[in-house]
Design a protein around this ligand. Sequence first.
Ligand code: CP
Length: 320
Amino acid sequence: MIDNLQLNAEGRLKHFLSIEGLPKSLLTEILDIAESFVGIGDHQIKKVPLLRGKTIVNLFFENSTRTRTTFELAAKRLSADVLSMSISTSSTSKGESLLDTIRNLEAMFVDMFVVRHAISGAAHFIAQQTAPHISVINAGDGQHAHPTQAMLDMFTIRQIKKDFSTIRVAIIGDILHSRVARSQIQALNTLGAAEVRVIAPKTLLPAHVESLGVNVSHNLTEGLKDIDVIIMLRLQKERMTSALLPSESEYFKCFGLTEAKLKLAKPDAIVMHPGPINRGVEIDSKVADGPQSVILKQVSNGIAIRMAIMALAMQKQGIN
Ligand code: CP
C-alpha cells in the first residue's frame, strides 16, 4: 500500500514515506543525486535554483535537532521557500485536528510537507489526504520508519566502504522501538549488504525479528566478529511502556560500545549513530569521538541526501 502511494504512474518518486517497497534502482538514484549535492556546502553561495518558487512546510510534531535543521538547510540550498512550523505555538495546542491543520496550510499553496509525528502512519495519512500536487516526506513516524535517516546512513556507508555486497553491518541496541533500525534494515537488504546483524537483549528485539532479513545475536562480544559497519542505537525510553532492562549501567556493561569492544570488529570498521547519543549508556565517549566514528559525517550528509529526496519528489511535477 505504502509503495504504491510513494510512486506516480511512471514509477517516479512522489512521496517518500518508507524504504519498504522502493526498488534498488531508486535508492541508488537518490544516493547518486546526493553525491552531486555534497560539494555545495563548500561553495561561496551555497544554493542551486532547483526548487525556486516552491514552498516547503516543515511540520515537526515531535522534537528534533538533526532532521529538522538539515531539512530546512536542504530546502534553502535548493532555493525553496521554507516554513518551519512550531507546533507547540500553533493552533494544534487549541485542539485543531491534524487534518484541519493540513487543509489550512494547503490553502496557502504549499508544494511539500516534511512531517515528523509520534504516531506511526501519520505521514502516510497526510499523503493520502493532501491535494495531488503536494509531496509528503516522512521525517520519522512513531516506531514505523525514518527513511531519510536510513538513506543518509546508506550514503555515508557507500562513501567509505564503496560496495554494499561485501559489507557486514551490525545494528546494536534498542531495535524494538527504533524506526531508524527498521528503515536501515530495509535499505541494507535492498542495496544488497552481505549481512545485516542485530545485537540486542531479547527484551529489545521485536518478535520474529529474523523475518526482517537479519541475523540475531544477544552477545556483543561474539556479535562484533567480522563486522565492517557498527550502528549504535539509543535506548528510546520515551517509547518504553514497561521496564525492559535492569539498569542503564548494566546495559552499558553488556551492550555499550567501548574501545575494547570495538577492537573485536574488523580493524577498519566504522562506528555510526543516528543521534541523539547518550554517552555512557550505549556508547563510550572515547568511541563516539574516536577515529573510527563517522557520527558527525552522517549529520553533514543529511543535507545532501535530503536535497536529493526533495528534488526527486518535486521532479514528478516538473521543476522549473
Ligand atoms: N536522527 C534523528 O532523527 O535525530 P533528531 O531526532 O535530532 O532529528
